[in-house]
Design a protein. Structure first.
Length: 387
């Protein structure tokens, strides 16, 4: 079955968007997706919003229409059905000022049924025998007019999403996993989004970790300045100043524009419009400063006697996930396992369904109440320990 023959409405004015909002108000669920770019900008630039409900598919031209009215739908009681929603949620929050009040992500839903980070096209083909048009990675969604192939591809992203949700949700319900899915989707919905903390920007530059004393202090200050400038001008941080430029400035501590120009990683665009003076002032203000240090860790150290248990427990958890037909990362990540073994308060494996399936068995294992054995037929087995 092909997904290329699709009927859809293209909306490029406020009246058309108002009609769509009126139509969606009473719908119990709707599919939504976005097309955007952020290669050269700090914030995502939304170009198109795709929506589908029982009445059909609508593509909204975000370059022509203020998307604010969609907030009425997002904040309403309807269930938003999305796929790999993390970045789309950021787009919607920036464009509409809000995110869906209720959300299900079919990628997460597929993970609870044994798929590993499945793409939408993979799920549609496997579950519905639908082949969607292939995406062109180089498509410029900000260019107008959009061609028929682009519009058809965009429409395909939501065309079968509600049907896919129905099928996957029924299987999750049959297996008693609906509460697991709901919890994971709510965690995704409530994730922190938006600008990063400029004062933490230096931690994302690998080369900075080798700097010391005043060089480190300058690097931290320059990285924070770069992040703030990127937010202010809506540019990617590396377009403001490359990572190599940050490290180069930190190491050389230049005092003149000429010295600044001579550094690797610093080019003409970094020095336009007074940026050179700003950057030099940042250097002057920080070169006698004491570098910030990461806060003392509140995470307990891993007990030495438990370190050998980590790979063993990881292997058992991976097998447990396969036995349950779950994506392993949804059951427990290595970080989750380490938090549990360290005794971190509120660790994810100490709560809810994960505690029952893996958290409590691991607790019993490290307490000496159970042991792992290898069975050729079933692999690793967790068994009660005699005595």
């Amino acid at each position: 079955m092909s997904g290329t023959d699709l009927d859809f409405e293209f909306v490029a004015d406020a009246d058309g968007l108002a009609r769509l909002v009126d139509r969606l108000v009473g719908q119990p669920r709707y599919a939504v997706d976005t097309e955007f770019h952020r290669e050269r900008t700090y914030f995502p630039q939304v170009a198109l919003v795709q929506v589908a409900d029982e009445h059909g598919i609508v593509l909204v031209d975000a370059l022509e229409v203020d998307l604010g009215p969609l907030s009425k739908i997002l904040e309403g009681p309807g269930l938003a059905v999305m796929h790999a929603a993390r970045q789309d949620l950021e787009v919607l929050e920036r464009a509409c000022g809000t995110i869906p009040s209720r959300l299900v992500d079919t990628q997460l839903l597929g993970g609870f049924l044994g798929y590993t980070s499945p793409s939408l096209s993979n799920l549609l083909e496997r579950e519905l025998s639908v082949r969607v048009p292939k995406a062109d990675r180089l498509t410029d969604w900000l260019r107008r007019p959009l061609g028929d192939a682009q519009l058809t591809y965009a429409a395909a992203d939501v065309a079968h999403l509600l049907e896919l949700h129905t099928m996957l949700a029924e299987r999750a319900e049959e297996r008693g996993r609906t509460p697991w899915v709901d919890e994971a989707c709510e965690d995704l919905r409530l994730e922190t989004r938006g600008p990063r903390d400029p004062d933490d920007a230096w931690r994302r530059i690998k080369e900075i970790r080798h700097l010391r004393d005043s060089s480190l202090a300058i690097a931290q200050a320059v990285a924070a300045w770069r992040e703030r400038k990127a937010i202010e001008t809506d540019q990617t941080p590396r377009f403001v100043l490359s990572d190599l430029g940050v490290v180069g400035v930190a190491g050389a501590a230049p005092h003149t524009a000429e010295e600044l120009r001579s550094l690797r990683g610093v080019d003409g665009r970094n020095l336009r419009g007074g940026l050179a003076d700003e950057l030099l002032e940042v250097v002057r203000a920080s070169e006698r400063s004491t570098p910030a240090r990461p806060p003392a860790s509140q995470v307990p150290e891993m007990p030495a006697e438990l370190r050998p248990a980590v790979p063993l427990v990881s292997a058992w958890v991976s097998q447990r996930a396969r036995d349950l037909d779950l994506e392993t990362a949804l059951l427990a990540t290595r970080s989750d396992l380490e938090d549990l073994l360290r005794g971190v308060e509120g660790a994810r494996l100490t709560k809810g369904w994960r505690a029952e399936i893996v958290g409590e068995p691991i607790r019993r294992l490290v307490a000496g109440e159970a042991a792992l054995a290898f069975d050729r037929d079933v692999g690793l087995r967790l068994e009660d320990r005699a005595g």
